[in-house]
Design a protein around this ligand. Structure first.
Ligand SMILES: [Zn+2]
Length: 452
């Protein structure tokens, strides 16, 4: 984690404080700038049609990246783009771009999301941002609006990563995260990633060309469902995403001594499960010990030998911490480690942890956050600043362009489930804010710089 990044996060937080009063102002100006540019009915029809690709009897959808259902849905999306007058191009990673000319020679303004789903997923994750982006183009056409910057709608490939276990695949290819070795990865069906790219009509040898050069984009916007319950609970229609949280994940093991459950007295035990259970509660306590939206999880325990009449000798468990601020993750982890050491001493068990995986947080651009807030305010919609606890394509794009995300509420905070739901009104509100934010970003004077 670079020092610079940490500083950027502090400046984002300071900025968020300064504009704390924005939601109240939005409420008062309910009539200001009223009128909707996007067509809610048309957007709904498009989303309902998209939900047919990979539909399950329970109403949910299974549209894994690189599957037949995904490919059919991509054809549908490309058809919509062409019908809206966009010039469609598919890059070497399978990402779909729909281009609309600008009036000046400026870098591209990019916005969109993904249309692949998880196994038994819902019809809003990714779909809302993808179809919402196409609706913005249609609304611009309806209103005969031209922009200074060229606009591009993007549909990223394989965001969920069920296939090949590579989440945010398309955007990671765009940010330059993957080397060519990733193409040799083989799925359960025996096909490699290179095979699938060929089926998409792409040449795997040109994979590196999917990379977006830093500075090539004027900005990136993504509309997405929150996937958590914060906005729904607060009855706030628009979330301004501060950034995508960083994730650190440690592999831990408690090692005691497996012994007879009937003959070993209680004061002579080295019970690895008792120690691991206390460790899991210590993680929860330390995460709760300071204010904020940080989360910490022990997701499973693997108990050995795992018999009803044997004291557990060894327990493996992961610890995962997430927050926007890497310093906070570090601070909490230091306390957790001290607690683990104390529990180990008390239980006569050795607890050892090693860092397994780490994803840096990605900050939204403060200027774009302010602009989304203003766009919502002018549409008469209240906003709330919040982090994204889920991974997003936007976290990869943040490496090459200033990024901002708009959240709409998820009913009951349910996502990655057939029960995932956002009201059509919330969906239309999100698309309207995206429409206004695109036009504001297009006009933002600080971004007047020549194309590279
Ligand atoms: Zn998503």
């Amino acid at each position: 984690m670079s020092v610079l990044r940490g500083r950027k996060i502090y400046s984002v937080l300071a900025f968020a404080l300064v504009v704390w009063l924005a939601p109240a102002a939005a409420q008062e100006n309910k009539s200001a700038g009223a009128g909707q540019h996007v067509n809610p009915q048309r957007l709904r029809e498009t989303l309902e049609k998209l939900s047919e690709f990979g539909r399950k009897p329970d109403g949910g959808v299974t549209r894994l990246g690189f599957s037949e259902a995904d490919m059919a849905a991509r054809e549908y999306a490309m058809g919509l783009m062409r019908a809206a007058g966009l010039t469609v191009r598919v890059d070497a990673a399978g990402n779909i771009f729909g281009h609309r000319e600008g009036t000046e020679k400026l870098p591209v303004l990019l916005f969109g999301s993904h249309i692949d789903s998880v196994l038994h997923g819902g019809n809003f994750d990714g779909d809302v941002g993808s179809m919402g982006a196409i609706e913005v183009i249609r609304a611009l056409n309806d209103n005969h609006v031209t922009t200074r910057h060229p606009l591009e709608v993007i549909i990223w490939t394989n965001e969920e990563g069920n296939h090949f276990g590579l989440g945010t695949f398309g955007s990671s290819a765009a940010s330059g995260k993957f080397g060519p070795e990733v193409l040799a990865r083989r799925g359960d069906d025996g096909l490699t990633l290179a095979d699938w790219l060929r089926r998409y009509g792409q040449d795997p040898a040109r994979f590196a060309e999917a990379r977006i050069v830093p500075g090539a984009l004027a900005g990136y916007l993504e509309l997405h469902i929150e996937q958590g319950g914060v906005l729904d609970e607060a009855h706030i229609p628009i979330g301004v995403v501060q950034g995508i949280v960083g994730i650190k994940h440690w592999k831990c093991a408690a090692t005691g001594f497996a012994n007879h459950a009937g003959t070993t007295p209680m004061n002579r035990r080295q019970d690895a499960l008792a120690a691991a259970a206390r460790a899991a509660l210590a993680v929860r306590d330390e995460v709760r010990a300071e204010p904020g939206r940080q989360v910490g999880t022990v997701g499973y325990m693997k108990i050995e030998p795992g018999a009803v009449n044997v004291i557990p000798g060894r327990v493996e468990f992961p610890v995962e911490l997430r927050d926007l601020d890497p310093a906070k993750i570090e601070r909490i982890w230091n306390r957790v480690e001290k607690r683990f050491a104390a529990i180990g001493r008390e239980e006569n068990v050795d607890i050892h942890c090693a860092l397994d995986d780490s994803d840096d947080p990605a900050s939204s651009d403060p200027e774009i956050q302010a602009l989304i807030r203003k766009a919502a305010e002018e549409a008469g919609l209240a906003t709330m600043d919040l982090p994204s606890g889920a991974g997003q394509d936007a976290q990869e794009v943040a490496k090459v362009a200033p990024m901002g995300m708009i959240f709409v509420p998820s009913r009951g905070g349910i996502s990655h489930s057939p029960k995932e739901f956002s009201t059509w009104e919330d969906v239309a509100n999100g698309a309207e804010v995206l429409y206004r934010a695109v036009l504001m970003l297009d006009q933002a004077s600080a971004r007047e710089r020549p194309a590279q």
